[in-house]
Design a protein. Structure first.
Length: 121
């Protein structure tokens, strides 16, 4: 009876170790595959100025965000204060956006140890 219990425990332990090993191996394979697929690309779920940058290269993302931000930067804004409306041209406000720096931050998002659990706003 004791020999049967020991054999059962060994089989159970072997099955637990084998199951955990398979789960770890699959997890590592998924991580390596995802890392290889996203090498040189922006992580999924990254948005800048309303533009989805998921999977884009830095060059493509810079062009897309530059177009979106460039359009917004040349528009005028109307501000109302005390029943008076004031129109402010973007050029007069000295508005500028460093698109390259913004895309660098977007590219690095998710590449640090906690990046997958936080977001850049």
């Amino acid at each position: 009876m004791i020999v049967a219990q020991n054999a059962f425990r060994r089989r159970l332990l072997w099955h637990v170790v084998a199951t955990v090993s398979v789960i770890v191996a699959v997890g590592v394979a998924v991580l390596l595959t995802t890392t290889a697929m996203l090498a040189g690309r922006i992580m999924p779920g990254t948005f800048v100025a309303g533009v989805d940058l998921s999977g884009l290269t830095v060059t493509t993302a810079t062009a897309q965000v530059g177009g979106a931000v460039g359009d917004a930067a040349v528009r005028s804004a109307t501000v109302t204060f005390a029943d008076n409306a004031y129109t402010l041209a973007a050029g007069d406000a000295a508005v500028s956006v460093d698109v390259s720096a913004t895309i660098r931050v977007a590219y690095l998002r998710g590449r640090d140890s906690v990046g997958a659990f936080c977001s850049v706003r």
